[in-house]
Design a protein around this ligand. Structure first.
Ligand SMILES: [Fe+2]
Length: 279
């Protein structure tokens, strides 16, 4: 589940990996969830890797492409968060810097994860207001899709939304609720809520329908697809999202629209309490 939850749109491309990058069972090793055996670096403990010039160029290309595409499509709240974080356009941001800014703004930190985390490790960090973030970037042949989490998805896609105080609280509650969940059916519902909000959520802004889900926002193709008439738009109620199956292998044909982050946080809080997941 963590594969799908933490990696959004990326996971569905796992089957398109080249043979040399697959494990014996055919899966991409980058998509195999990691169970932590020791704490991972947090905030200032995250060292800046020695990226190659090619890797920095991939960040620049991805950033420039989305920067051009997102106005009029991305949520005001996302664009505001992006502005507040002042993420570098021309080089991969340092996790320590992003963490410091998030801590100052909303009391969240960044931890450097070696890859896709096992669900319990991932949610344990969210519950403590720590976002596990990769610091490596996809290859030049994976600009549109990559089967594994990378720092463009994690930093560019995820962190601007965490700047929003209500989203930040909602995100923490998702982690807390997941940790408290022992029932498989309820966990499936929670996974779907995560998918249709954090990764694939839409919001009604004063200017019209906009995207806040980072699985969409960090994907050029999904960004262009999600607001079209090909996608059915449904009011986002936890009860509806919890029973809506999703397809990890194709563009979404149904997406859920929130009216505000106040509303989704309050609605999720109520849903989680009803299921005994939040005190
Ligand atoms: Fe994600």
């Amino acid at each position: 589940m963590a594969t799908l939850v933490t990696n959004g749109y990326l996971a569905r491309m796992a089957s398109s990996t080249s043979p040399e990058s697959t494990t014996q069972d055919g899966s991409d090793p980058r998509c195999v969830p990691i169970k932590l055996t020791a704490p991972i670096p947090i905030g200032a403990e995250c060292a800046y890797p020695s990226y190659t010039a090619d890797e920095q160029a991939i960040w620049r290309t991805l950033y420039a492409r989305q920067e051009k595409l997102l106005p009029g499509r991305a949520a005001d709240e996302f664009l505001h968060g992006l502005h507040q974080l002042e993420l570098e356009h021309d080089r991969i941001p340092a996790l320590a810097d992003v963490s410091r800014k998030l801590d100052r703004l909303v009391g969240w930190q960044i931890a450097r994860t070696p890859g896709l985390l096992a669900a319990e490790d991932f949610f344990d960090h969210l519950a403590r207001r720590i976002f596990p973030c990769t610091d490596y970037i996809r290859g030049p042949d994976e600009l549109d899709y990559t089967p594994a989490p990378d720092c463009f998805h994690d930093i560019f896609g995820h962190t601007p939304m965490i700047v929003h105080p209500r989203f930040a609280d909602f995100y923490q509650k998702l982690g807390q609720a997941a940790l408290a969940c022992t029932d498989e059916a309820t966990m499936e519902g929670l996974t779907r809520i995560y998918w249709f909000t954090v990764e694939f959520g839409l919001i009604r802004n004063p200017g019209g329908l906009r995207i806040y889900g980072n699985g969409i926002i960090s994907s050029y193709g999904e960004t262009r697809h999600s607001l079209t008439e090909k996608v059915k738009k449904v009011p986002a109620k936890p009860e509806s999202m919890a029973v809506q199956p999703y397809d990890i292998w194709h563009f979404q044909d149904t997406l859920f629209v929130i009216e505000s982050f106040d509303a989704i946080e309050a609605d999720f809080d109520r849903w989680a309490r009803t299921h005994g997941l939040l005190a």
